[in-house]
Design a protein around this ligand. Structure first.
Ligand SMILES: [Zn+2]
Length: 279
């Protein structure tokens, strides 16, 4: 039995599957937050030149002098990288593997690619928020709103790195400006929407106590404290848990859980394809 057959068998025998995903999954899907890659140069070249930014993340940190400029940047990124017409094969394959199972997804990725691929909204926890939602800049309330329509309208009408003022989204409660609901983990912990999702994650973990839980981890760095650390602790604590980590060139499995773990040091897309293809 090869490694892919083995993983397929472990998933098929599991009571539940916990998926964790971070930046390495985004990169495998072609969304690279930290790279001055061909896409960034071609599609964001005007912002790159004007603001001296060399990757998506740097552009998110710029203090733009106007809302029109800030939303021009974000609406273009969101339209091109988040609001895809079609989920990638990676996301389709991942969903295929778990769709019949009791599953839960926890991710620090903000591009919101899980739900469009079929994952239930109630089973996905975006720990750092997501770019497809917006909130009141002032924080007059805890509400978050989908930004899809506003983003598409703004991206369509953008010229010279600005969107028209009349298309800027406004807070339905206070009328003030809006910003994307995405950022540092720590800035979310007090928010209602975040806490509800965190509680569902905890509920899933509790429900899996003593059961056959499979943990699938995609592209999470070895020092990651938000996702990887709790996964490794859960694997150690749960007698029937299995931990399967996918990360090309960066597999880290502590000695204490080696016997319950599999490291897949392969391209994520290729590995998922192989697992799905196992009959
Ligand atoms: Zn408000």
């Amino acid at each position: 039995m090869n490694i892919y057959q083995k993983i397929k068998q472990i998933i098929s025998e599991a009571d539940g599957v916990l998926i964790g995903a971070s930046n390495g999954l985004s990169i495998a899907e072609g969304y690279h937050l930290f790279a001055d890659d061909a896409w960034f140069r071609e599609r964001m070249g005007d912002f790159r030149e004007k603001y001296g930014i060399y990757c998506i993340l740097q552009g998110m940190a710029v203090s733009y002098s106007s809302e029109e400029e800030r939303w021009a940047y974000f609406s273009r990124i969101i339209k091109e990288k988040c609001l895809q017409d079609e989920p990638t094969q990676i996301m389709k394959d991942m969903y295929e593997l778990v769709k019949e199972k009791d599953y839960f997804v926890v991710t620090s990725n903000g591009e919101d690619h899980f739900i469009p691929a079929g994952f239930e909204e109630e089973r996905v926890f975006e720990m750092e928020g997501k770019l497809t939602e917006m909130r009141c800049t002032k924080g007059c309330c805890d509400e978050v709103y989908p930004d899809r329509e506003a983003v598409l309208r703004m991206a369509e009408a953008e010229t010279d790195g600005r969107v028209p003022e009349r298309l800027l989204p406004r807070c339905p409660k206070c009328g003030g400006s809006m910003e994307v609901n995405y950022g540092e983990y720590s800035s979310f912990q007090g928010k209602k929407n975040w806490q509800e999702k965190a509680a569902r994650y905890q509920g899933f973990v509790n429900r899996m106590r003593g059961k056959k839980l499979v943990i699938l981890e995609f592209g999470v760095g070895w020092r990651n404290q938000m996702i990887k650390m709790p996964f490794m602790q859960l694997t150690a604590a749960e007698p029937h848990a299995k931990y399967i980590t996918f990360n090309k060139g960066e597999i880290y499995i502590p000695d204490g859980i080696q016997g319950k773990s599999i490291g897949v040091d392969q391209d994520i897309a290729a590995a998922l394809r192989e697992i799905v293809k196992v009959g």
